[in-house]
Write a protein that binds this ligand. Structure first.
Ligand code: SRM
Ligand code: SF4
Length: 569
């Protein structure tokens, strides 16, 4: 009987000796700015991707030069909580070794871009010196664990954050490779094989993502994650978490067997059981996830193939006890609340709008410097949100005027001057660093919003929150398929336009029109916006309206995403 052929990455993992491969040797090779293909896969587990500057590709090809290779480094920030010292360290590293800016990602992490190979090791060392790390920020393992970042939600938030950090610690790979390669850790010479107690030698079939949300806010977008915990409070006490599995966004244009999927809420566990549930969900996916086709290897396909009931049964088997029935909860939105808020203890928290999550100094807009100066005086913390923004959190009454003065001096954005459309927008990185992008996103969405604001304002909707998200390709890094308006790159200056996602991220959208030239997007959406302004019911959200008005069909689940498309008028 012939053996089933596994996906190529499975053999890379097997050969790698727990993620070592030949990375250490290749870092010292000065003849190229690149690393080998196997190492490009392995280095992801260490938190980095090899990239090249796509703006420079054609010119370098013309001059027969190697591509302008550099590395993106993703720094894990469990729950999005960073100290001022860590903010300052990230700021200093982007200046010293990177592109002089850094990115707040859609998973509450920091990203540096443009680090050349010869600086990679010292950058990762300095990240670790600042008490942060990059291990498992990428790769076929559990990634940065997200959590609602609002400290004014007090003890429930504190407990949820602790749970996020405990899950993150528990699921961090145990291999000594990270320390050996990046931190000059001692190689332990032993005849016993290293053990990776949760993952095993081949880790997971694919990336794995966990969040914790505190209703009514779904700001971490639980429906787009492999595993989520939804905090349930009774009489202002945290009693436990609903467990949701099987969400995910990525798909490939033209490949109907790939699709975004909304997570299923399958049960409830107590706070004490959270880490064990996370471990067992990971183990079910480790044992039953697809290892032959990486395009079918996410947990969402395991749940779709076998059904949520099977998954629950399997999980209960692994746990040796059963999840309780799901408890009631309601999500109202998945956006951020901007500006200052003061908690019962008198501390204040300021949410600032960071367009595209890019912390950068631009002519006349020294935002990076302003945030750096805040970090130099701030005694609370910085909370990265899953909407690519930052909360200057736990500001004491004495410090508030100091921070307010810096906000004013550097023109930092507390949301007051911006339209609700822009404040609810997300864009992935895309060009020039992302190797997979087919179109612009972070650099283009602000320009498109300038145009859409005209439509929105003429319809009288400036203050209406509408979620709008753009990605440069169908992988879905800004979670576009659960936005009320989604744009997904098809090719240069062309996008698929999706409508009808839930305002709280609870429902998938549908394709409204494919392959739209970017110049035609405002005219395409004008009638939809105008009808919404005139015909909506009290409090009705755009995503709900387009379905009720028959402009788009509602999506049910899984591969239905590609079916029942109502052609747009
Ligand atoms: Fe992502 C791959 C950026 C959140 C789905 N993502 C990539 C890579 C690494 C491209 C690559 O593989 O070469 C991008 C690097 C671009 C760059 O230059 O920095 C990239 N993803 C990002 C970030 C930085 C977008 C952002 O602008 O914030 C986000 C980093 C999150 C983090 O801190 O860990 C980011 N990516 C997401 C999300 C959103 C989420 O997790 O909530 C998704 C959709 C959810 C999901 O996973 O289903 C997402 N990224 C993908 C996929 C599709 C996976 C799939 O199941 O098909 C890829 C491609 C892949 O894995 O093959 C991808
Ligand atoms: Fe790159 Fe596509 Fe992710 Fe955007 S959605 S960052 S283009 S992989």
């Amino acid at each position: 009987m012939s053996e089933t052929k596994l996906a190529a990455n499975e053999y890379i993992k097997i050969r790698s000796n727990y993620l070592r491969g030949t990375l250490a040797e290749e870092l010292t090779d000065v003849s190229t700015g690149a690393i080998s293909e196997d190492s490009q896969q392995l280095i992801k587990f260490h938190g980095s991707y090899m990239q090249d500057d796509r703006d420079l590709r054609a010119d370098r090809r013309k001059h027969r030069l190697e591509k302008a290779y550099s590395f993106m480094i993703r720094i894990r920030v469990p729950g999005g909580v960073s100290t001022p010292a860590q903010w300052l360290a990230t700021d200093a590293l982007c200046e010293k070794y990177g592109n002089h800016d850094f990115k707040l990602t859609t998973r509450q992490a920091f990203q540096l871009h443009g680090v050349i190979k010869s600086n990679l090791k010292r950058t990762i060392q300095e990240i670790n010196q600042a008490a942060m790390d990059t291990i498992a920020a990428c790769g076929d393992v559990n990634r940065n664990v997200m959590c609602n970042p609002n400290p004014h939600l007090s003890h429930i938030h504190a407990a949820a954050l602790q749970a996020a950090q405990a899950i993150s610690d528990h699921l961090t790979p145990r291999t000594g490779a990270y320390h050996e390669i990046w931190l000059d850790g001692e190689k332990v010479e032993t005849s016993e094989e290293e053990v990776e107690p949760i993952y095993g030698k081949t880790y997971l079939p694919r990336k794995f993502k966990i969040t914790i949300a505190i209703p009514p806010s779904n700001d971490v977008d639980i429906y787009a994650n492999c595993l989520s915990f939804i905090a349930i409070a009774e009489k202002d006490q945290l009693v436990g978490y609903n467990v949701a599995v099987g969400g995910g966004m990525g798909m490939t244009h033209g490949a109907e067997e790939t699709f975004p999927r909304i997570a299923d809420v399958i049960g409830f566990c107590t706070p004490e059981q959270v880490v064990e549930v996370a471990e067992m969900v990971v183990k079910v996916q480790r044992d039953f996830g697809c290892r032959t086709d990486r395009k079918h290897a996410r947990l969402k396909y395991t749940v779709q193939d076998h059904g949520p009931d099977w998954f629950l049964q399997k999980l209960n088997e692994y746990l040796g006890w059963s999840l309780q029935p799901v408890r009631d909860f309601v999500f109202e939105n998945n956006g951020d609340r901007y500006g200052w808020v003061t908690d019962p203890l008198g501390n204040s928290h300021l949410t600032l709008f960071i367009e595209g999550g890019r912390v950068i100094d631009r002519p006349g807009q020294p935002m990076r410097t302003g945030l750096k100066e805040i970090a130099q005086v701030h005694t609370g913390d910085f909370r990265l949100t899953a909407n690519q923004n930052v909360i200057i959190a736990n500001v004491t009454p004495a410090q508030r005027p100091v921070i307010e003065a810096l906000v004013e001096k550097y023109g930092l954005e507390d949301g007051k001057k911006r339209s609700a459309l822009r404040l609810n927008a997300l864009a992935c990185v895309a060009l020039p660093t992302c190797a997979l992008s087919l179109a612009e996103a972070e650099r283009y969405l602000p320009v498109l919003i300038d145009d859409l604001e005209k439509e929105i304002e003429s319809a009288g909707l400036r203050h209406d929150a509408i979620t709008i998200r753009m990605t440069g390709c169908p992988n879905g890094c800004a979670r576009p398929y659960i936005a009320e308006i989604g744009f997904v790159g098809r090719g240069p200056e062309r996008y698929n336009v999706y409508l009808g996602g839930g305002h709280a991220g609870q429902r998938l959208s549908k394709l409204y029109k494919a392959d739209v030239p970017q110049s035609e997007i405002p005219a395409l959406l004008r009638p939809v916006i105008q009808r919404y302004a005139k015909e909506r019911e009290d409090g009705e959200k755009l995503g709900d309206f387009v379905i009720r008005a028959g402009i788009i069909a509602a999506t049910v689940q899984g591969d239905d995403f590609h079916k029942n498309i109502v052609p747009c008028p």
